[in-house]
Ligand binder design. Structure first.
Ligand SMILES: [Zn+2]
Length: 239
């Protein structure tokens, strides 16, 4: 394996039903129920394992009436990863559904944008400002929009540059139709962020939205038995 080529996985841990209109800042004429998925992402390669976002745990799920299907730790174990051995966690932003499970990664360093959090709460945090290379072929890029210091992750893979958008693009329809999720710090930065994602990714099919259930359908499962749970993002999607 070359020094800068990585495997990338989406690990789904929860889903939630909501009205379609709740997904867009100006609503949607179609008011049927739809679902959003919750993911963490895993980057595996010659520089170790990077876990991107940490998801939420059972306590947070209960508070917000969400249902965890497979706890994050279980998903990582299914990929052969022991959470307490993980060295690097990339925190795309500090929203509850991306930055919980505090106890799961006791030995990891956290990579986060400086503008996302001003309070230095632990010594295991590395603050980044703008673009930063974490390892050959892995870079974080500040996008903002949905939250002030939201970052996406660009990973060089065997099929080109995959961009884990996280909440810089919740659903494919956001980037395809230029629409915006209702929770937003800056609409302008969100729209500018779509342009950034398109520039960073090898194609539209290399952008991985943060909450789209389609991701589980269009990418192959990481291995037999993990269907509809863990998919391989460095494999070509069926689109
Ligand atoms: Zn989110």
């Amino acid at each position: 394996m070359s020094d800068d080529i990585h495997e990338v996985y989406a690990v789904c841990y929860a889903s939630h039903s909501r009205k379609r209109s709740e997904n867009y800042i100006f609503g949607d004429p179609h008011d049927e129920m739809t679902s959003i998925s919750y993911y963490v992402w895993v980057i595996k390669g010659p520089h170790g394992t990077f876990v991107c976002d940490t998801g939420f745990d059972e306590v947070a799920a209960k508070e917000r009436a969400r249902k965890i299907i497979h706890p994050v730790g279980e998903g990582l174990q299914a990929l052969g990863i022991a959470p307490d051995k993980v060295d690097h966690v990339i925190a795309t932003h500090m929203h509850w559904d991306h930055a919980g499970n505090y106890d799961l990664f006791p030995n990891a360093r956290y990579h986060i944008q400086d503008t996302e959090i001003r309070k230095i709460f632990a010594y295991r945090v590395e603050f980044h400002d703008g673009v930063e290379e974490l390892a050959p072929g892995i870079t974080v890029h500040k996008v903002g929009g949905h939250s002030k210091g939201l970052q996406c992750v660009r990973v060089k893979t065997r099929r080109g540059y995959v961009v884990v958008a996280s909440d810089s693009c919740h659903l494919y329809s956001h980037i395809d139709e230029g629409r915006v999720f209702p929770i937003t710090y800056s609409v302008g930065d969100t729209l500018e962020g779509y342009r950034t994602l398109k520039k960073l990714a090898s194609s539209r099919g290399h952008i991985v939205p943060g909450h789209d259930p389609e991701v589980l359908k269009i990418y192959p499962s990481a291995k037999a038995g993990l269907e509809n749970w863990i998919v391989r993002l460095d494999a070509d999607p069926k689109i």
